[in-house]
Ligand binder design. Sequence first.
Ligand code: F2R
Ligand code: MG
Ligand code: MG
Length: 313
Amino acid sequence: MRFEDLQEAFSGSALGCAAGDALGREVEGWSHEAIRRHFGLLTEMQDGRYTDDTEMMIGLMEALLEDREFDPARAARRFLENFHPWRGYGARIYGVMARLKQGLPWQEVGTDSWGNGAAMRVAPIGFFFFDDRGRLKEKAILSATITHKHPEGVAGAVAQALAVGMVTERRLQGQEIDPVGFVREVSKEVEGISPEVAEELRKIEELPHAEDVLEGARLLSSSFGCDISAKGAVPAAIGAFVLGRGFREAVLMAVNAGGDTDTLGAMAGAIAGAYYGLRAIPEGWLLGLEDEGKGKSYILHLAEELARIKAEG
Ligand code: F2R
Ligand code: MG
Ligand code: MG
């Protein structure tokens, strides 16, 4: 596999996640109607700051660079090292971090959470293991259970990782996505972990065509929970990728759907970024993204290093 091709997909996914996260941050928790009333259509990010979604994704990329087989103990250590509460974390994650700080092993710090936090950060597992579905699933489950032990929290992470992995594979093979087949495959793979999440995913097949971004956002908002749960958010994000024609449309549909907007943007951005590539991310969004410390240059560097490892085999 050519480094340049892998780099375009891996960087697109990682920075796509950060851009979607930063775009949605300002309106996290707002309803679709409230965003529409205030902005018409929200298209520009405020200050380019990302949230917990990207901070934890960075931890997974760092852990993969330390050990390409993925070691959950290293990932948990990175989550704690990178933890900035002001980025806005799920309520249960503060307890997870406190237990890690006390020195508890990673197997003992998580909760029975069905939140979308394991899915929002999982993109690197998806693109790094895109060529081995068995390992992709195994590592997505391992990475989820550090914090999320409820089957719906785990299934959401597996579905999101699979979506990223499958589109990465299609892109690298130069093949187009068949949306119905793609959704069926993802849904089938998670049926055994959570039939409830699998059922929500199948709803994507029933979505009508959206004329424009606002129509797509409205459809997502009325069809899915779009909330802090894995079951409500992951199908909406995958739905945004399926409905959107290109990276920008997919992310705008996700964010303007309302609800858990930073997370919907992060997940739709990670899938669309892997499929359409780094070059498809609007220049203005990339320019606006924070760059000091572990900002966009650092994320780009991590994605490039992962692509280099993959290219070397
Ligand atoms: N937390 C936020 N945003 C709110 C604060 C941001 C605000 N703008 C600020 O600046 O302060 N966003 C982030 O949280 C979501 C991911 O959450 P995660 O990682 O899944 O956390 P957690 O705590 O495990 O689950 C989330 C909540 O879901 C409910 N819940 C989960 N499992 C439950 C169960 N078994 N029983 C009952 N409730 C359960 C709880 O309320 C959890 O706290 C993303 O949106 C990310 O952006
Ligand atoms: Mg967040
Ligand atoms: Mg969120």
